[in-house]
Unconditional design. Structure first.
Length: 138
């Protein structure tokens, strides 16, 4: 297993992210719908938290320091926010396909598809009130 390396031009700055939610089932349905993925939820009774994981392969995460993933988190210590940190989720291969699902899934498009040097971005609000970025290379 590779160890995480110090941040440099070849390593990811982010290794894990958590998106706060109020309603796990609603948020899970939203992200599964817009990203066309299947997520799994695990309840941790000792901390009274629910984590719903974005898809990942544990073998890849253990073998490399380059795979980033995260979870939706329902917790007494986390609250959704439209003004906090902004993370960008992979919307490849087509950011437009993802954006076309946002409003019908209960979200809102805040900034439409915008071209940048690093590809295309958009910013949405999810069903929980979080401001979330979307990114695709083209």
């Amino acid at each position: 297993m590779q160890q995480l390396k110090k941040i440099d031009e070849q390593t990811n700055v982010i290794t894990w992210f958590e998106i706060p939610v109020l309603d796990t089932a609603r948020a899970k349905k939203f992200y599964e719908t817009i990203l066309a993925v299947t997520m799994s939820t695990r309840v941790f009774p000792e901390t009274d938290e629910e984590l719903t994981f974005f898809p990942y392969d544990p073998k890849i995460i253990q073998a490399t320091s380059g795979r980033v993933t995260g979870a939706l988190v329902k917790s007494a210590t986390s609250q959704p926010s439209a003004t906090g940190s902004l993370i960008y989720i992979n919307a490849s291969p087509s950011i437009q396909v993802v954006l076309d699902k946002v409003e019908q899934a209960g979200g809102q498009i805040i900034i439409p598809k915008t071209a940048m040097n690093a590809g295309l971005i958009a910013i949405i609000t999810d069903t929980e009130g979080n401001r979330i970025g979307l990114h695709a290379e083209r």
